[in-house]
Write a protein that binds this ligand. Sequence first.
Ligand code: UD1
Length: 355
Amino acid sequence: MKVLSVVGARPQFVKLGPVAQALARTGDIEHVIVHTGQHYDAAMSDVFFEDLKIPAPDVHLGVGSGSHGVQTGAMLTGLDPVLEEHRPDWVLVYGDTNSTLAAAVAAVKMHLPVAHLEAGLRSFNRRMPEEHNRVLTDHASDILLAPTQVAMDHLATEGLAQRSVLVGDVMTDVCLLVRDGVADTPIELPDSMDAHAPYLLATIHRPDNTDTPQRLRAIVEAMRDLSTPVLLLAHPRLVAKAAAHGIELTGGNLHQTAPFAYPQMVRAVMGAAGVVTDSGGLQKEAFLLDTPCTTIRPETEWVETLEGGWNILDNDLTQLRDVAVRERPTGDKGTPYGDGHAADTVASVLREHAR
Ligand code: UD1
Protein backbone atom coordinates (compact mmCIF):
# COMPACT_ATOMS: atom_id res chain seq x y z
CA MET A 1 0.00 0.00 0.00
CA LYS A 2 1.20 3.50 -0.80
CA VAL A 3 0.25 6.56 1.29
CA LEU A 4 1.10 10.04 0.02
CA SER A 5 1.11 12.74 2.72
CA VAL A 6 0.76 16.38 1.75
CA VAL A 7 1.98 18.94 4.30
CA GLY A 8 3.11 22.55 4.09
CA ALA A 9 2.65 24.50 7.31
CA ARG A 10 4.20 24.22 10.75
CA PRO A 11 1.36 22.42 12.59
CA GLN A 12 1.22 19.86 9.80
CA PHE A 13 4.84 18.89 10.33
CA VAL A 14 4.03 18.23 14.00
CA LYS A 15 1.17 15.93 12.93
CA LEU A 16 3.27 14.27 10.24
CA GLY A 17 5.97 13.33 12.80
CA PRO A 18 4.07 10.56 14.63
CA VAL A 19 2.24 9.47 11.47
CA ALA A 20 5.49 9.01 9.49
CA GLN A 21 6.88 6.91 12.33
CA ALA A 22 3.71 4.81 12.61
CA LEU A 23 3.62 4.18 8.85
CA ALA A 24 7.31 3.20 8.93
CA ARG A 25 6.63 0.81 11.85
CA THR A 26 4.19 -1.18 9.70
CA GLY A 27 7.17 -2.27 7.57
CA ASP A 28 5.10 -2.61 4.41
CA ILE A 29 3.43 0.74 3.79
CA GLU A 30 5.27 2.96 1.32
CA HIS A 31 5.09 6.58 2.42
CA VAL A 32 5.67 9.49 0.05
CA ILE A 33 5.95 12.96 1.63
CA VAL A 34 5.05 16.05 -0.38
CA HIS A 35 5.88 19.50 1.06
CA THR A 36 3.93 22.30 -0.62
CA GLY A 37 6.36 24.98 0.60
CA GLN A 38 3.61 27.06 2.27
CA HIS A 39 6.04 27.56 5.16
CA TYR A 40 9.64 27.92 4.06
CA ASP A 41 11.65 29.64 6.82
CA ALA A 42 13.94 27.09 8.48
CA ALA A 43 12.39 27.84 11.90
CA MET A 44 8.91 27.18 10.47
CA SER A 45 9.79 24.02 8.55
CA ASP A 46 13.24 22.34 8.54
CA VAL A 47 13.67 22.23 12.32
CA PHE A 48 10.48 20.19 12.66
CA PHE A 49 11.72 17.60 10.19
CA GLU A 50 15.02 17.37 12.07
CA ASP A 51 13.65 17.32 15.64
CA LEU A 52 10.76 14.97 14.92
CA LYS A 53 12.95 12.69 12.78
CA ILE A 54 10.73 13.00 9.73
CA PRO A 55 12.29 11.79 6.48
CA ALA A 56 13.09 14.66 4.09
CA PRO A 57 10.20 15.35 1.71
CA ASP A 58 10.24 13.31 -1.49
CA VAL A 59 8.79 16.25 -3.37
CA HIS A 60 8.96 19.98 -2.55
CA LEU A 61 6.61 22.24 -4.51
CA GLY A 62 8.20 25.50 -3.27
CA VAL A 63 4.91 27.39 -3.44
CA GLY A 64 5.67 30.04 -0.77
CA SER A 65 3.41 32.87 0.42
CA GLY A 66 0.56 34.59 -1.39
CA SER A 67 -3.12 35.41 -1.16
CA HIS A 68 -5.39 32.43 -0.53
CA GLY A 69 -6.24 32.07 -4.21
CA VAL A 70 -2.70 32.46 -5.48
CA GLN A 71 -1.25 30.11 -2.87
CA THR A 72 -3.95 27.43 -3.17
CA GLY A 73 -3.93 27.65 -6.97
CA ALA A 74 -0.17 27.22 -7.15
CA MET A 75 -0.45 24.13 -4.96
CA LEU A 76 -3.15 22.64 -7.21
CA THR A 77 -0.98 23.21 -10.25
CA GLY A 78 2.03 21.65 -8.55
CA LEU A 79 0.17 18.65 -7.13
CA ASP A 80 -1.44 17.32 -10.31
CA PRO A 81 1.72 15.79 -11.86
CA VAL A 82 2.94 14.51 -8.48
CA LEU A 83 -0.30 12.67 -7.78
CA GLU A 84 -0.38 11.36 -11.35
CA GLU A 85 3.15 9.99 -11.00
CA HIS A 86 2.54 8.25 -7.67
CA ARG A 87 -1.18 7.23 -7.91
CA PRO A 88 -1.18 6.38 -4.16
CA ASP A 89 -3.77 4.24 -2.40
CA TRP A 90 -4.38 7.16 -0.04
CA VAL A 91 -3.69 10.86 -0.22
CA LEU A 92 -3.39 11.83 3.44
CA VAL A 93 -4.12 15.47 4.27
CA TYR A 94 -3.63 17.11 7.65
CA GLY A 95 -5.53 19.75 9.59
CA ASP A 96 -6.95 22.91 8.09
CA THR A 97 -4.46 24.98 6.12
CA ASN A 98 -4.49 25.98 2.47
CA SER A 99 -2.16 23.00 1.85
CA THR A 100 -4.88 20.70 3.25
CA LEU A 101 -7.59 22.03 0.97
CA ALA A 102 -5.40 22.10 -2.13
CA ALA A 103 -4.34 18.47 -1.64
CA ALA A 104 -7.90 17.29 -1.02
CA VAL A 105 -9.22 19.06 -4.12
CA ALA A 106 -6.33 17.89 -6.33
CA ALA A 107 -6.77 14.27 -5.20
CA VAL A 108 -10.54 14.06 -5.40
CA LYS A 109 -10.48 15.45 -8.95
CA MET A 110 -8.14 12.61 -9.91
CA HIS A 111 -10.38 10.00 -8.24
CA LEU A 112 -7.69 9.24 -5.69
CA PRO A 113 -8.94 8.25 -2.21
CA VAL A 114 -8.47 11.06 0.32
CA ALA A 115 -8.06 10.62 4.07
CA HIS A 116 -8.43 13.72 6.25
CA LEU A 117 -6.53 13.64 9.51
CA GLU A 118 -7.98 15.89 12.22
CA ALA A 119 -11.39 15.84 10.59
CA GLY A 120 -14.56 17.23 12.16
CA LEU A 121 -13.13 20.19 14.05
CA ARG A 122 -15.38 23.24 13.82
CA SER A 123 -15.14 26.78 15.14
CA PHE A 124 -18.41 27.77 13.39
CA ASN A 125 -16.60 31.02 12.66
CA ARG A 126 -16.75 31.54 8.90
CA ARG A 127 -14.25 34.42 9.09
CA MET A 128 -11.47 31.91 9.68
CA PRO A 129 -9.74 30.57 6.56
CA GLU A 130 -9.21 27.35 8.51
CA GLU A 131 -12.97 26.88 8.88
CA HIS A 132 -13.51 27.00 5.11
CA ASN A 133 -10.60 24.61 4.65
CA ARG A 134 -11.95 22.12 7.22
CA VAL A 135 -15.52 22.03 5.99
CA LEU A 136 -14.56 21.73 2.32
CA THR A 137 -11.88 19.10 3.00
CA ASP A 138 -14.17 16.98 5.16
CA HIS A 139 -16.88 16.92 2.50
CA ALA A 140 -14.37 16.06 -0.25
CA SER A 141 -12.66 13.25 1.67
CA ASP A 142 -13.34 9.51 1.58
CA ILE A 143 -12.35 8.82 5.14
CA LEU A 144 -12.48 11.22 8.06
CA LEU A 145 -9.99 10.53 10.84
CA ALA A 146 -11.44 12.39 13.81
CA PRO A 147 -9.43 13.32 16.91
CA THR A 148 -12.29 13.57 19.41
CA GLN A 149 -15.87 12.50 20.05
CA VAL A 150 -16.96 16.12 19.62
CA ALA A 151 -15.43 16.08 16.12
CA MET A 152 -17.27 12.81 15.39
CA ASP A 153 -20.53 14.48 16.46
CA HIS A 154 -19.94 17.44 14.13
CA LEU A 155 -19.30 15.08 11.23
CA ALA A 156 -22.50 13.14 12.02
CA THR A 157 -24.48 16.39 12.08
CA GLU A 158 -23.20 17.13 8.56
CA GLY A 159 -24.23 13.69 7.28
CA LEU A 160 -20.68 12.31 7.26
CA ALA A 161 -20.96 9.67 10.02
CA GLN A 162 -20.47 6.71 7.70
CA ARG A 163 -17.08 8.01 6.55
CA SER A 164 -15.87 8.95 10.04
CA VAL A 165 -13.56 7.03 12.37
CA LEU A 166 -12.45 8.14 15.84
CA VAL A 167 -8.66 7.67 15.90
CA GLY A 168 -7.58 10.11 18.65
CA ASP A 169 -5.25 13.05 18.31
CA VAL A 170 -1.82 12.53 16.77
CA MET A 171 -0.58 15.84 18.24
CA THR A 172 -1.11 14.24 21.64
CA ASP A 173 1.14 11.33 20.60
CA VAL A 174 4.04 13.63 19.79
CA CYS A 175 3.43 16.07 22.64
CA LEU A 176 3.52 13.37 25.33
CA LEU A 177 6.56 11.70 23.79
CA VAL A 178 8.55 14.93 23.55
CA ARG A 179 7.44 15.96 27.07
CA ASP A 180 9.07 12.86 28.50
CA GLY A 181 12.29 13.59 26.61
CA VAL A 182 12.70 17.25 27.62
CA ALA A 183 11.55 17.20 31.24
CA ASP A 184 15.12 17.46 32.57
CA THR A 185 16.44 19.96 30.02
CA PRO A 186 16.84 23.68 30.79
CA ILE A 187 14.25 26.21 29.65
CA GLU A 188 15.73 28.52 27.01
CA LEU A 189 14.59 32.08 27.60
CA PRO A 190 16.13 35.22 26.06
CA ASP A 191 18.76 37.04 28.13
CA SER A 192 16.29 39.85 28.85
CA MET A 193 14.26 37.43 31.01
CA ASP A 194 14.95 35.71 34.31
CA ALA A 195 14.52 31.97 33.72
CA HIS A 196 13.95 31.42 37.44
CA ALA A 197 11.05 33.88 37.73
CA PRO A 198 7.47 33.11 36.60
CA TYR A 199 6.79 33.90 32.95
CA LEU A 200 3.95 33.69 30.44
CA LEU A 201 4.41 32.17 27.00
CA ALA A 202 2.50 33.88 24.17
CA THR A 203 1.83 33.41 20.45
CA ILE A 204 -0.48 35.45 18.20
CA HIS A 205 -0.86 34.79 14.47
CA ARG A 206 -4.54 34.61 13.45
CA PRO A 207 -5.47 37.13 10.73
CA ASP A 208 -8.35 38.47 12.87
CA ASN A 209 -5.78 39.36 15.55
CA THR A 210 -2.87 40.54 13.39
CA ASP A 211 -4.27 42.16 10.29
CA THR A 212 -5.90 45.33 11.60
CA PRO A 213 -3.66 47.81 13.45
CA GLN A 214 -6.25 48.63 16.15
CA ARG A 215 -6.75 44.99 17.08
CA LEU A 216 -3.06 44.11 17.07
CA ARG A 217 -2.18 47.23 19.09
CA ALA A 218 -4.83 46.36 21.70
CA ILE A 219 -3.44 42.84 22.09
CA VAL A 220 0.18 44.00 22.31
CA GLU A 221 -0.69 46.69 24.86
CA ALA A 222 -2.67 44.22 26.97
CA MET A 223 0.36 41.90 27.05
CA ARG A 224 2.79 44.74 27.83
CA ASP A 225 0.65 45.70 30.84
CA LEU A 226 0.61 42.24 32.45
CA SER A 227 2.38 42.03 35.79
CA THR A 228 4.22 38.82 34.82
CA PRO A 229 6.85 38.92 32.03
CA VAL A 230 5.49 37.65 28.71
CA LEU A 231 7.67 35.83 26.17
CA LEU A 232 6.12 36.38 22.75
CA LEU A 233 7.23 33.83 20.14
CA ALA A 234 6.69 35.93 17.06
CA HIS A 235 5.32 34.09 14.00
CA PRO A 236 6.49 35.62 10.67
CA ARG A 237 2.97 36.76 9.90
CA LEU A 238 2.88 38.70 13.18
CA VAL A 239 6.31 40.21 12.55
CA ALA A 240 5.29 41.29 9.02
CA LYS A 241 1.99 42.81 10.13
CA ALA A 242 3.47 44.55 13.18
CA ALA A 243 6.18 46.11 10.99
CA ALA A 244 3.58 47.21 8.43
CA HIS A 245 1.44 48.81 11.17
CA GLY A 246 4.44 50.35 12.98
CA ILE A 247 3.79 48.36 16.17
CA GLU A 248 6.70 47.29 18.41
CA LEU A 249 6.39 43.76 19.77
CA THR A 250 8.31 44.65 22.92
CA GLY A 251 7.94 47.20 25.71
CA GLY A 252 6.57 46.99 29.24
CA ASN A 253 6.61 43.36 30.31
CA LEU A 254 6.61 42.05 26.73
CA HIS A 255 9.69 40.25 25.36
CA GLN A 256 9.91 39.09 21.75
CA THR A 257 11.82 36.20 20.28
CA ALA A 258 11.74 33.99 17.19
CA PRO A 259 9.47 30.91 17.06
CA PHE A 260 10.76 27.93 19.05
CA ALA A 261 11.53 24.49 17.74
CA TYR A 262 9.05 21.88 18.94
CA PRO A 263 11.01 20.38 21.89
CA GLN A 264 11.97 23.87 23.07
CA MET A 265 8.32 24.88 22.86
CA VAL A 266 7.11 21.90 24.86
CA ARG A 267 9.72 22.60 27.53
CA ALA A 268 8.79 26.29 27.66
CA VAL A 269 5.07 25.47 28.03
CA MET A 270 5.88 23.04 30.87
CA GLY A 271 7.78 25.76 32.71
CA ALA A 272 5.34 28.63 32.09
CA ALA A 273 2.94 30.07 34.64
CA GLY A 274 0.44 30.39 31.80
CA VAL A 275 0.02 30.45 28.02
CA VAL A 276 -1.62 33.28 26.07
CA THR A 277 -2.40 32.35 22.48
CA ASP A 278 -4.71 32.23 19.48
CA SER A 279 -3.17 28.97 18.21
CA GLY A 280 -5.25 25.81 18.23
CA GLY A 281 -2.36 23.44 18.79
CA LEU A 282 -0.88 25.44 21.63
CA GLN A 283 -4.18 25.52 23.55
CA LYS A 284 -4.16 21.75 23.47
CA GLU A 285 -0.47 21.44 24.30
CA ALA A 286 -1.00 23.67 27.35
CA PHE A 287 -3.87 21.39 28.42
CA LEU A 288 -1.77 18.24 27.95
CA LEU A 289 1.20 19.78 29.78
CA ASP A 290 -0.88 21.05 32.74
CA THR A 291 -0.38 24.77 32.08
CA PRO A 292 -3.39 27.13 32.26
CA CYS A 293 -4.15 28.82 28.93
CA THR A 294 -5.93 32.04 27.97
CA THR A 295 -7.09 32.11 24.36
CA ILE A 296 -7.47 35.40 22.50
CA ARG A 297 -10.31 34.23 20.29
CA PRO A 298 -14.12 34.20 20.53
CA GLU A 299 -14.28 30.40 20.30
CA THR A 300 -12.16 27.27 20.12
CA GLU A 301 -12.34 24.05 18.15
CA TRP A 302 -10.72 22.24 21.08
CA VAL A 303 -13.69 22.70 23.41
CA GLU A 304 -12.47 19.95 25.77
CA THR A 305 -9.73 22.31 26.98
CA LEU A 306 -12.39 24.64 28.42
CA GLU A 307 -13.63 21.98 30.85
CA GLY A 308 -12.51 22.65 34.39
CA GLY A 309 -11.00 26.04 33.46
CA TRP A 310 -7.74 24.82 31.87
CA ASN A 311 -8.47 27.16 28.98
CA ILE A 312 -10.36 30.47 29.13
CA LEU A 313 -11.58 32.41 26.08
CA ASP A 314 -10.91 36.15 26.33
CA ASN A 315 -11.40 37.65 22.89
CA ASP A 316 -12.18 41.15 24.23
CA LEU A 317 -9.11 41.16 26.53
CA THR A 318 -11.18 42.07 29.60
CA GLN A 319 -10.10 39.09 31.72
CA LEU A 320 -6.48 38.69 30.66
CA ARG A 321 -4.98 40.73 33.49
CA ASP A 322 -6.81 38.65 36.10
CA VAL A 323 -6.58 35.18 34.59
CA ALA A 324 -3.33 34.97 32.59
CA VAL A 325 -1.57 33.69 35.70
CA ARG A 326 -3.92 31.53 37.75
CA GLU A 327 -3.89 28.43 39.88
CA ARG A 328 -3.72 25.14 38.02
CA PRO A 329 -7.22 23.64 38.07
CA THR A 330 -7.62 20.54 40.19
CA GLY A 331 -9.71 17.52 39.32
CA ASP A 332 -9.44 14.79 36.72
CA LYS A 333 -9.44 16.16 33.19
CA GLY A 334 -9.61 12.71 31.60
CA THR A 335 -8.04 11.87 28.23
CA PRO A 336 -10.29 13.54 25.65
CA TYR A 337 -7.43 13.52 23.11
CA GLY A 338 -6.64 9.84 23.30
CA ASP A 339 -3.90 7.76 24.87
CA GLY A 340 -0.92 8.89 22.77
CA HIS A 341 -1.21 6.10 20.18
CA ALA A 342 -3.44 7.72 17.59
CA ALA A 343 -0.89 7.49 14.77
CA ASP A 344 -0.77 3.68 14.93
CA THR A 345 -4.56 3.67 14.75
CA VAL A 346 -4.35 5.91 11.66
CA ALA A 347 -2.05 3.38 9.97
CA SER A 348 -4.42 0.50 10.78
CA VAL A 349 -7.52 2.36 9.65
CA LEU A 350 -5.91 3.33 6.34
CA ARG A 351 -5.01 -0.29 5.71
CA GLU A 352 -8.48 -1.59 6.62
CA HIS A 353 -10.23 0.93 4.42
CA ALA A 354 -7.94 0.78 1.37
CA ARG A 355 -9.86 0.03 -1.82
C1 UD1 B 1 -0.96 29.18 8.26
C2 UD1 B 1 -2.34 28.53 8.26
C3 UD1 B 1 -2.89 28.50 9.67
C4 UD1 B 1 -1.90 27.89 10.65
C5 UD1 B 1 -0.57 28.61 10.54
C6 UD1 B 1 0.46 28.00 11.45
C7 UD1 B 1 -3.70 28.89 6.23
C8 UD1 B 1 -4.80 29.66 5.63
N1 UD1 B 1 -3.28 29.29 7.44
O1 UD1 B 1 -1.12 30.53 8.63
O2 UD1 B 1 -4.07 27.73 9.68
O3 UD1 B 1 -2.41 28.03 11.96
O4 UD1 B 1 -0.11 28.51 9.18
O5 UD1 B 1 1.65 28.68 11.44
O6 UD1 B 1 -3.24 27.96 5.64
N2 UD1 B 1 5.71 33.74 6.32
C9 UD1 B 1 7.08 33.81 6.37
N3 UD1 B 1 7.79 32.63 6.38
C10 UD1 B 1 7.19 31.41 6.33
C11 UD1 B 1 5.79 31.35 6.26
C12 UD1 B 1 5.07 32.51 6.26
O7 UD1 B 1 7.66 34.88 6.43
O8 UD1 B 1 7.90 30.40 6.36
C13 UD1 B 1 4.93 34.99 6.39
C14 UD1 B 1 4.64 35.63 5.07
O9 UD1 B 1 4.60 37.02 5.27
C15 UD1 B 1 3.24 35.14 4.78
C16 UD1 B 1 2.63 35.12 6.17
O10 UD1 B 1 3.68 34.72 7.01
O11 UD1 B 1 2.56 35.94 3.88
C17 UD1 B 1 1.46 34.20 6.32
O12 UD1 B 1 1.80 32.88 5.94
P1 UD1 B 1 0.64 31.88 5.43
O13 UD1 B 1 1.22 30.56 5.12
O14 UD1 B 1 -0.20 32.54 4.38
O15 UD1 B 1 -0.33 31.75 6.67
P2 UD1 B 1 -0.03 31.62 8.24
O16 UD1 B 1 -0.44 32.88 8.86
O17 UD1 B 1 1.33 31.09 8.49
